[in-house]
Write a protein that binds this ligand. Structure first.
Ligand SMILES: C[C@H](O)[C@H](O)[C@H]1CNC2=NC(N)=NC(=O)C2=N1
Length: 121
């Protein structure tokens, strides 16, 4: 059974913050949003991440819209962050490679994709 990260363990998390993972307001969870070059690259990332998640028996809360993948990591069994979230976060960072990290989490995900109007303009 996973246990919540201790205060001491959490003190090592800022390094993770520098990679674009951020705290979710009002929740003991972390979130990162990537923008890939294409849907195909986003899907390839999700495929790798899904296989890693299955191996860990630890699954992301995530959504995908076109080339954007929005990931929240939390451990449901302990209702907060555990070491499994950090392990999966690091693996996802590896799979995402050089994809653009979207830092403005307050922006609705629909605004992060190019609008259809812009693409055909
Ligand atoms: C029974 C099974 O092991 C659990 O439900 C696993 C599956 N995947 C999980 N994923 C996440 N993110 N948190 C969990 O607590 C969790 N628990």
């Amino acid at each position: 059974m996973a246990t919540l990260l201790t205060t001491e363990e959490r003190s090592t998390l800022p390094a993770l913050g520098e990679t674009g993972w951020g705290a979710v307001p009002d929740r003991d969870a972390i979130r990162k949003v990537w923008k890939f070059k294409s849907f195909s690259e986003a899907w390839a990332f999700m495929t790798r991440a899904a296989l890693a998640a299955e191996k860990l028996n630890h699954h992301p809360e995530w959504s995908n819209k076109y080339n954007v993948v929005d990931v929240t990591l939390v451990t449901h069994d302990c209702n907060g962050l555990s070491a499994l979230d950090i392990t999966l976060a690091k693996q996802m960072d590896k799979f995402a490679g050089a994809a653009e990290v979207v830092h403005n989490h307050s922006e609705p995900i629909s605004c992060l994709c190019e609008s259809r109007a812009n693409r055909i303009a």
